[in-house]
Design a protein around this ligand. Structure first.
Ligand code: C5P
Length: 402
């Protein structure tokens, strides 16, 4: 599965460095070409000889190698790799990578690498939880790097908690699925909408809703990770995107969202509208702040345009169209009705109740109704996992149409 993939395995100073031996072995067995970088402190835990034998390549530790002091070109090494895997990644390593230092070979390779970078942190639970480490993790994610989250369990210190490096088998699984998924939607362009819209009453007030945009953003990230060209039309939200390839069009009102979607949709293979578009807007926004007593008479409201319905009338060449339904009662029945009236390929049903708060939450229990496959009931899961299920369905539908 990692056949001919060029992987730099960077091992840093953590007791979990002993697992770099089985990790190297598994990577080589999966078909990867492995070059190991061992930091000076990692050498206290595992010898270069072990890893050069297992990787079948000399191990790099400093900018010079060998008796003649041959130069290790960090730029070349960085450009050679299809992936840079830092495992285990100590708190110190996370810190210098997050902050742009270049004071050792690994730091310089990291700055030079153009490939995807994976960090598998390993440290004691308090070091992991420290705001400084968490800030570094957030910064690395922001640069588009991937964090292979540490697990909870017994740590070398005897303490129990989060901080154990992900097991080598799982790290290899993650890399394999990354390279696979990365290709799955290559060449496909997908439009996603996310977040709420704001319909101005006057320069100060607006009509909106509680949508956080998390589901739509998770979907955009997942599809981009699978190689799709993603255009995200986003209402006002407080979210960051990690994937560098996503094109964002920021809008505020339903009308602006509609205009962006109508323009982008014809060049797309699919659209999934996850935005919670305001259903109503004030008939006319006042240019001046309205007096309280005048609010009532000025609050004549009118319906916004149904973007999803409009796109469904534009569908051509087997474009796939998906929507969301948020229901507080008769969920399935209402979703079925929407699938038909909006002429969709699938609809994702969020049932809003005391167990599934939907808005702002990182979790979501969803069901999906597909025109060709019927109902799929999915359990409670994170929005990232829900996005994975939706991406799988989209991939099936696109293949089916191909
Ligand atoms: O009819 P309802 O608002 O429940 O439909 C929800 C679906 O329709 C969502 O996918 C939402 O993004 C989309 N929608 C839209 N334009 C609107 C209202 C909803 O695209 N004005």
């Amino acid at each position: 599965m990692l056949f001919r993939k060029k992987i730099i395995l960077a091992v840093t100073g953590s007791i979990a460095a002993y697992k770099s031996a089985p990790l190297t072995r598994l990577l080589v067995k999966a078909g990867a070409e492995v070059r190991v970088i061992l930091t000076n402190s990692a050498k206290e835990f595992i010898t270069p000889l072990t890893l050069s034998t297992l990787s079948k390549n000399p191990v790099h530790s400093s900018f010079t190698l060998g008796e003649q002091g041959e130069w290790v070109n960090h730029v070349e090494l960085g450009l050679w790799a299809d992936a840079l895997l830092v495992a285990p990644s100590s708190a110190n390593t996370l810190s210098y990578c997050a902050n742009g230092l270049a004071n050792n070979l690994l730091a310089a390779v990291y700055l030079s690498a153009r490939c995807p970078v994976f960090f598998a942190p390993a440290m004691d639970l308090d070091m992991w939880k420290h705001p400084s480490t968490q800030r570094n993790i957030a910064a690395l994610r922001n640069y588009g790097n991937y964090i292979l989250e540490p697990a909870a369990g017994e740590l070398a210190s005897g303490l129990v908690g989060e901080g154990r490096m992900m097991e080598p088998e799982e790290i290899v699984d993650r890399l394999e699925s990354f390279f696979n998924l990365n290709k799955q939607l290559k060449g496909k362009k997908v439009l996603i909408t996310a977040g709420p819209t704001r319909e101005p009453i006057d320069p100060v007030r607006y009509i909106s809703n509680h949508s956080s945009g998390k589901m739509g953003y998770a979907l955009a990230e997942e599809l981009a990770e699978r190689g799709a060209e993603v255009v995200l039309v986003s209402g006002p939200v407080e979210l960051k995107l990690f994937h560098p390839t996503i094109r964002v069009i920021s809008v505020s009102t339903a009308e602006e969202m509609r205009n962006a979607c109508v323009e982008v949709f014809p060049s797309c293979h699919a659209a999934i509208l996850a935005a919670a578009v305001a259903d109503f807007r004030p008939q006319a926004a006042s240019e001046e702040k309205l007096k309280k007593k005048a609010l009532g008479e000025h609050l004549a409201i009118t319906k916004t345009k149904d973007i999803l319905k409009e796109l469904s009338q534009m569908v051509s060449n087997g474009q796939v169209l998906g929507g969301f339904a948020l229901e507080t009662e008769n969920g399935r029945q209402n979703a079925e009705e929407k699938l038909h009236t909006k002429n969709l390929d699938f609809i994702v049903l969020n049932e809003f109740n005391s167990e599934n708060q939907v808005f702002g939450s990182d979790f979501n229990t969803i069901q999906i109704l597909s025109k060709t496959k019927g109902w799929m009931q999915l359990g409670a899961q994170t929005k990232t996992e829900a996005a994975r299920d939706i991406a799988e369905l989209l991939n099936d539908l696109l293949k089916h149409d191909a």
